[in-house]
Design a protein around this ligand. Structure first.
Ligand code: SF4
Length: 242
């Protein structure tokens, strides 16, 4: 490698650290040694020891003594990523030191989604019959009553809000087309505390059977829906007789 900086790789990673001092490179001083074509070459040489380096993309100065030089990265599976070389130069010195090399995602890089802790990954509908989901000790929807967890006021309020905005709430598509509300339907079984009488269970197997419905929801299976008039049966017409 001649007078190129030597890089020491870290175990199992693309991030690599160069030893300070021993492999310093002398460069000409023009508007600060970190911002010269020579600095770009120093960074490129260091990066080329660990990866495939493309076009120089720019320099980000952290202060007068430290800057990150960015390059395109041609690494399989890392489309849109960049090689970054952090170079430092002590005040009054013209010796550049390569402090750190790293493969970093660029603006167009495909990145993994934000990390979600395992205990927060369950989504509605994920629970399977054999799965266990113990209550969260800090769940504000529950409260202790005589050593037993019961629905808290907050839990009841949250349930009411969900059901009110849900498929069988007062603004549902069913409600908009219904001639009569659930409250006057014979299949409406009102709930009491802590949810409130404005909600009930629908007991009509052809409608929202078993679901909580709002009293101002409704549907075409309401018990006040008029029975259709019977049509008079007409005699068959035989045109061969004419
Ligand atoms: S049958 Fe229709 S109107 Fe009656 S309770 Fe059920 S959803 Fe409401």
């Amino acid at each position: 490698m001649g007078d190129r900086p030597r890089i020491e790789r870290t175990v199992g990673g693309m991030r690599s650290i160069l030893h300070h001092g021993r492999h310093n490179v002398r460069v000409a001083k023009r508007n600060g040694p970190l911002f010269t074509p020579d600095a770009i070459e120093v960074a490129r040489a260091a990066l080329e020891e660990i990866g495939q380096v493309g076009r120089h993309l720019g320099i980000q100065a952290h202060n007068n003594e430290c800057a990150t030089l960015r390059f395109e990265a041609y690494e399989p599976g890392y489309s849109g990523w960049e090689w970054h070389a952090v170079l430092a130069c002590a005040p009054g010195s013209d010796h550049l030191t390569v402090n750190e090399l790293a493969l970093m995602p660029g603006n167009t890089a495909l990145k993994a989604p934000e990390w979600v802790p395992y205990d927060q990954r369950l989504r509605k509908g994920d629970l399977q019959p054999e799965a266990l989901l113990p209550p969260n000790p800090d769940d504000p929807h529950l409260k202790d009553k005589d050593g037993r967890l019961v629905l808290s006021k907050k839990g009841a309020k949250a349930a009411r809000q969900r059901w009110e905005q849900g498929k069988f709430g007062p603004r549902s598509a069913y409600a908009q087309h219904a001639a009569n509300p659930c409250s006057s339907c014979g299949y409406f079984l009102p709930l009491g505390k802590p949810i409130g009488k404005e909600f009930g269970i629908c007991a009509n197997e052809y409608a929202a059977d078993g679901h909580v419905v709002h009293e101002r929801n409704g549907c075409g299976a309401h018990t006040l829906t008029p029975i259709a008039e019977k049509h008079t049966t007409l005699e068959p017409f035989d045109d061969e007789q004419y």
